[in-house]
Design a protein. Structure first.
Length: 128
């Protein structure tokens, strides 16, 4: 199997032993690690509540996609992790801005906690 590590300064650096993304399957699949709502330059979480944090997570994913020569239209599956399902409606509102037509398959999971005390994390799979 061929695999290529994707890394960009347009998204936060990994905070553990993992890659921002891995391109695999003869270069046709891109697995993007969970993205926190952190600004890649400052490391600070986005302001604006869950809406601002959702936007930042998806902007980080978009930066990783662009570093691999892809775009949000290549995404076929996302997983959203929320620490409170009370945030579901607002997350959906912002998510829809990034995927207005033919959105990818998605799972949304409530979790007890996320790294660095985040309220949301989003991971994605894309076909290139």
């Amino acid at each position: 199997m061929n695999k290529k590590i994707i890394a960009t300064s347009g998204a936060p650096a990994a905070i553990g032993p993992y890659s921002q993304a891995v391109q695999a399957g003869s270069g046709t699949l891109l697995f993007i690690s969970g993205q926190l709502p952190a600004d890649p330059e400052t490391g600070a979480f986005a302001a604006g509540g869950i809406g601002g944090m959702t936007r930042r997570c998806l902007e980080n994913i978009r930066a990783i996609l662009e570093a691999s020569g892809a775009s949000l239209s290549n995404v076929v599956k996302t997983t959203v992790f929320l620490t409170s399902m009370d945030d579901f409606a607002e997350m959906n509102r912002v998510y829809r801005e990034f995927f207005p037509a033919e959105p990818p398959a998605r799972s949304t999971i409530a979790v007890a906690a996320l790294p660095k005390g985040a309220s949301i994390e989003i991971e994605a799979v894309a076909v290139l």
